[in-house]
Design a protein around this ligand. Structure first.
Ligand code: HEM
Length: 159
């Protein structure tokens, strides 16, 4: 594993950072650009339909990024041997953050699916109710956690 990292270290760190960019940057773009723009749509059906679609398309790029983030993290943990060093607690902290972010993402994923089901049967109020917590706190919490993970990544860099 160590040789695998040495040979491909640039690629592995690149894929790790790229995944973080897609996930955290994607959430920021969705929450602060797309969300406010969609709020301007008056027709509730079009507004909900576009919201559901932009989230669905966002998931298509975020799911691979979440998996890739973990795979590259595992390779780095094994190859860099943090165990027993003062930085090991940062590694654990990042693992905990990744886990919480993934649990919150799963909740977001389920809520969007429920909202889609409600939307398809014409229950627009229910669809809205399912989508509201995504914008209100689930994505904002994940943005903050993601930023902390990036900061911790910088403290681990080049070890
Ligand atoms: C699963 C747990 C994780 C572990 C064990 C982990 C581990 C690491 C390590 C060891 C580095 C340093 C690489 C180097 O030698 O340059 C790093 C960098 C980085 N990590 Fe993670 N990471 C994890 C999750 C995350 C998450 C969830 C994010 C953001 C969403 C993230 C974002 C970053 C970024 C942006 C860097 C690059 C920092 C820099 O180049 O200065 N990581 N990570």
């Amino acid at each position: 594993m160590e040789t695998l990292f040495n040979d491909f270290s640039t690629l592995i760190v690149f894929l790790h950072v790229l995944s973080a960019v897609l996930w955290v940057g994607g959430m920021i773009a969705i929450r602060f650009a797309v969300h406010y723009s969609l709020q301007e749509i008056e027709d509730p059906k079009i507004k909900l339909g576009r919201t559901l679609q932009s989230l669905r398309r966002f998931f298509n790029m975020v799911i691979p990024a979440i998996i890739l983030l973990l795979l590259t993290a595992i390779i780095m943990i094994i190859a860099l041997g943090f165990k027993g060093t003062p930085l090991y607690s940062f590694v654990i902290a990042k693992e905990v953050i990744w886990t919480i972010m993934t649990v919150l993402f799963t909740i977001i994923f389920i809520k969007r699916k429920q909202a889609q089901k409600a939307f398809d049967t014409g229950a627009f109020a229910l669809a809205k109710e399912k989508l509201t917590p995504i914008a209100q706190y689930l994505i904002p919490i994940n943005i903050v956690l993601g930023l902390i993970a990036i900061y911790l990544g910088i403290t681990l860099r080049g070890f």
